[in-house]
Design a protein around this ligand. Structure first.
Ligand SMILES: Cc1cc2nc3c(=O)[nH]c(=O)nc-3n(C[C@H](O)[C@H](O)[C@H](O)COP(=O)(O)OP(=O)(O)OC[C@H]3O[C@@H](n4cnc5c(N)ncnc54)[C@H](O)[C@@H]3O)c2cc1C
Length: 421
């Protein structure tokens, strides 16, 4: 309870889940407190576009204070959650006084899972945060600049990139990196032969895009190979070193860059909650998204294992699931504050989609209908523009995408954070 007796809703995590929950509470009689370790909301689906210079950081990260500025009943704090005491309704932070709550929305997301692969935590480049995307971009640029100064680095694999994971993150990153390599970099560094800068995608399963129908899988593989991506399916990464990747088959790939797009696990904080966790460290929730023994706690987005009432399958870790589950939590809390009965969550499937490169994308709808190519890319663009948090972000993305489509230019291909002066 806040000082004036208003019910306090604490929202942990300012991702799709947390922000949409907060917005739904705007007209409720609640004191809404949003806490995130960053002062910004990250639009993860576009991280690969930041990593390849297609978008700038402000198009992918949006100030949380700005997003909730007009909402009189909401406050934002930047702090890291260190513990949640579900029985005492109390949260502790690294650098903020503890907070007590009447309702809690847990939207702390997921983080990379290296599955214990030797050297991956030290040397791989994951792609889950804004910092990850900037680090990858600057590392790749740094390798090209270093090779420009010392062309012998080519023989050490300085320009080669290995991407692990044939799901959306891996395929989207491979396609975008290949377009960057064969497009802008070919012009920026005319002395480098294409075979000296390889983009290699490694997937453990028998095909890419396991979640899509075979005809979309074949289309995606062809779209990648057309872009000069070498696809290795049925191969598992055994170890990662700074300049070399070893596969379980024994093959070694010289590469100074390994992008990890192979796995997720729920936020590590969930392990301290004394709850039974489901696959991938996700918290199982009831039909209304609350914890079975804690009806005042809603779990939303990537950290939740939500069973779809229609299909009886656990919903995937997607932006639309996070957004809709967050909205549900916000609406439900607002309704309960007015004395209304809780309602179950109903997910509206807008299709599964991924983009491979310019003019190449795939979409699979719930009923099994599919789209590919430019039509699929337009559908992808429409759905992702709708997920962006503000009209200003949408306008910025449209300008950058249109610019890139017309001129093939990558506005953001400069090193800023690692340069000395
Ligand atoms: C590279 C990539 C590409 C993707 N592409 C797509 C796509 O094309 N389409 C799609 O629908 N989905 C896509 N997704 C998935 C989608 O982005 C996620 O499902 C969605 O972001 C989950 O939202 P969330 O609110 O649950 O978590 P997040 O967006 O991860 O938000 C969690 C928040 O919690 C904060 N946090 C974490 N730990 C702490 C702590 N201890 N203290 C305080 N704050 C903390 C984080 O800073 C973060 O802001 C992609 C994901 C990735 C990584």
């Amino acid at each position: 309870m806040s000082g004036d007796g208003t019910a306090r809703v604490v929202i942990l995590g300012g991702g799709f889940g947390g922000v949409s929950a907060a917005k739904e509470l705007e007209h409720s009689d609640a004191d809404v407190v949003v806490v995130d370790r960053h002062d910004y909301h990250t639009f993860q689906p576009l991280l690969y576009q930041l990593a390849t210079g297609l978008l700038e950081a402000t198009a992918v990260g949006h100030s949380l204070r700005d997003l909730l500025q007009g909402q009189k009943n909401a406050r934002v704090h930047q702090a890291s959650v260190t513990a949640v005491d579900l029985d005492a309704h109390r949260i502790t932070f690294d650098d903020l006084e503890p907070l007590e709550y009447d309702y809690l929305v847990l939207g702390l997301g997921a983080e990379v899972n290296f599955f214990g692969v030797d050297g991956a935590a030290e040397h791989a480049f994951p792609l889950y945060t804004l910092g990850d995307a900037l680090r990858l971009k600057e590392h790749v640029l740094d390798r090209w600049e270093a090779t420009d100064r010392d062309p012998e680095l080519v023989d050490d694999g300085a320009l080669n990139i290995v991407i692990v994971g044939g799901g959306a993150t891996g395929v989207e990153s491979a396609g975008a990196l290949a377009e960057l390599y064969r497009g802008e970099f070919a012009k920026d560094y005319p002395g480098v032969a294409p075979e000296d800068a390889r983009v290699i995608l490694v997937e453990a399963g028998p095909e890419l895009f396991g979640m899509f129908k075979p005809k979309l899988q074949e289309y995606a593989e062809k779209a990648l190979t057309d872009r000069d991506v070498e696809v290795k399916t049925g191969e598992v990464v055994a170890s990662v070193e700074p300049t070399k990747v070893t596969l379980k088959s024994g093959e070694t790939l010289k590469a100074h860059t390994l992008v990890w797009g192979a796995g997720l696990q729920g936020n590590p904080l969930v392990q301290s909650l004394d709850l039974e966790l489901q696959r991938g460290n996700r918290i199982g929730v009831g039909p209304d998204l609350t914890l079975p023994d804690h009806p005042e706690v809603y779990v939303v987005g990537d950290v939740a294992a939500i069973t779809d009432a229609k299909t009886e399958q656990v919903l995937p870790q997607l932006g639309s699931v996070a957004l809709q589950s967050g909205e549900h939590a916000g609406k439900e809390i607002a309704a309960r504050l007015q004395g209304k009965e809780p309602k179950p969550f109903a997910y509206k499937d807008k299709g599964t989609m991924a983009t491979i490169g310019r003019g190449a994308a795939v979409v699979q709808m719930l009923g099994g209908r599919t789209k590919k190519g430019v039509t699929a890319q337009l559908a992808w663009g429409t759905v992702h523009l709708a997920l962006l948090p503000t009209n200003e972000d949408r306008a910025k993305a449209v300008v950058d995408w249109s610019g890139a489509a017309l001129t093939h230019q990558r506005v953001g291909r400069i090193i800023t954070t690692t340069s000395e002066e």
